[in-house]
Design a binder for this molecule. Structure first.
Ligand code: FES
Length: 434
């Protein structure tokens, strides 16, 4: 006789509501409040990468949560603990609850670096993408050259991508042998109907440790069409490059998480740029990326483990040219992605870009190039040599690992005047917080 077996399922899903945003997430009990914030898109500031060391992810819990940890007792005052304040990265969610997020615990959300739609003229000497309008003679008995050979008479020798080869014959026949050839790095990546020479777009990205800045360029006219900036979402895994190297090397899915976070933000920025300038993403044929060595590794999904130990080696110092689709970017299906070469140690492609953009190597006399970011670099040009060095500037400017430090946001003391009294000027005219 068959026996009916009843399986009882016990749900361990809990609801976490964030105030004042009102955002609610459902998640497994046992995860941390920081996990819930990440899931809900609440940009908590996490300079130490969730290790319980900086005390910056302070939130107030309304409801039951797991017991205080030693790190919380060390970082929070007795009054804070009594008032329900916890460190989001150290607090396990054991049941449904509401969480109050103080403004000081949020990332400075409005980053407006170079943003806008103003057209700025560029010096595009030799763009990586070239378009050529061609009109080929119709096939005849006297000329038995192939379609590709006929095209090469107009555009020079090319390597033809297989997907293009599959379509080129039908396209040229259907379009009466008139088309526009799209070339990147000597490769024919597309033939387009009619003359589209004026529709040739490129992207440039500065992949900073804290901020991402992207620009959409019109390669035909040599102008910038739009720029956009965002916080690098990897900051939730730690503000500095070493925290991110640790996360990528020590967590089972760490590298995947860091790579995925930056790619998904860049994907979003590409869409925003294209919409702002009314440019179809399929007409964007190349994107260049510059960042410090760690950021470039993470962008490409390459583990930066060796950058975290002496002698701080990159997996490669060469520039990398790959398909943008291999990075998961929504451009033309055969668009190229170029990641700039790094110099060595933490001095990366952003410094190379700075040297090229400022023509540092061509300047008369000794000259310094200084880039003060979360990761700072300095380059000295002297007597035909370029010497570079880098340092962590973030702790000084962004408050990481400093108990009284914070970013330049409401509550940060920006000026102190000592006459007969001590007077502080505070950003946002708020109560001083750091
Ligand atoms: Fe939680 Fe630093 S203490 S992120």
């Amino acid at each position: 006789m068959d026996t009916e077996v009843k399986v009882e399922t016990k749900t361990d899903r809990v609801r976490v509501k964030f105030e004042p945003s009102g955002k609610t997430v459902t998640m497994h009990a046992g995860a941390t409040v920081l996990d819930a914030a990440v899931q809900g898109g609440i940009p908590l500031t996490t300079p130490c990468g969730g290790k319980g060391l900086c005390g910056k992810c302070r939130v107030r819990i309304l409801g039951e949560a797991g017991p205080h940890t030693d790190l919380e007792r060390a970082r929070l005052s007795a009054a804070d603990l009594a008032n329900g304040f916890r460190l989001a990265c150290q607090t396990a969610v054991t049941g449904s609850l509401t969480i109050e997020v103080p403004t000081a615990s949020l990332e400075a959300s409005v980053h407006k670096i170079l943003e806008g739609m103003s057209e700025e003229t560029l010096q595009l000497n030799d763009p990586v993408v070239r378009k050529k309008d061609v009109a080929l003679p119709a096939p005849n008995r006297e000329d038995e050259s192939s379609y590709v050979e006929r095209l090469e008479r107009e555009i020079g020798p090319v390597h033809v991508d297989l997907p293009v080869l599959r379509e080129i014959g039908d396209h040229l026949r259907d379009w009466d042998y008139q088309a526009t050839a799209v070339l990147t790095d000597g490769e024919l990546i597309e033939v387009e109907r009619g003359n589209t020479e004026t529709e040739c777009f490129l992207l440039a990205f500065d992949v900073g440790t804290t901020t991402l800045v992207g620009a959409l360029l019109d390669a035909a006219r040599g102008v910038t069409l739009a720029t956009v900036s965002r916080i690098n979402p990897q900051t939730r895994f730690g503000d500095d490059v070493l925290s991110r190297i640790q996360h990528a090397s020590e967590r089972p899915r760490g590298l995947e998480e860091l790579h995925g976070a930056v790619i998904s933000e860049i994907d979003d920025m590409v869409r925003e740029l294209c919409t702002a300038a009314s440019v179809p993403a399929g007409r964007v044929y190349g994107a260049a990326f510059a960042g410090n060595a760690t950021m470039e590794h993470l962008l490409m999904g390459v583990n930066p483990r060796a950058l975290g130990q002496v002698p701080f080696l990159s997996v490669t110092r060469r520039g990398v040219s790959a398909r943008a689709s291999d990075l998961g970017l929504p451009l033309h299906p055969r668009a190229r992605a170029y990641v700039l070469p790094v110099i060595g140690g933490f001095v990366g492609g952003d410094t190379v870009a700075g040297i090229v953009a400022t023509h540092l190597d061509q300047n008369e006399g000794p000259t310094l190039l200084v880039d003060i970011g979360t990761n700072g670099e300095i380059v000295l040009k002297h007597e035909g040599r370029l010497l570079a060095a880098s340092c962590a500037a973030g702790p000084a400017f962004e408050g990481a690992r400093i108990s009284q430090g914070m970013r330049a946001m409401a509550g940060a003391i920006e000026k102190v005047a000592i006459n007969h009294t001590v007077e502080c000027s505070v950003i946002g005219a708020a109560a001083p917080m750091g």
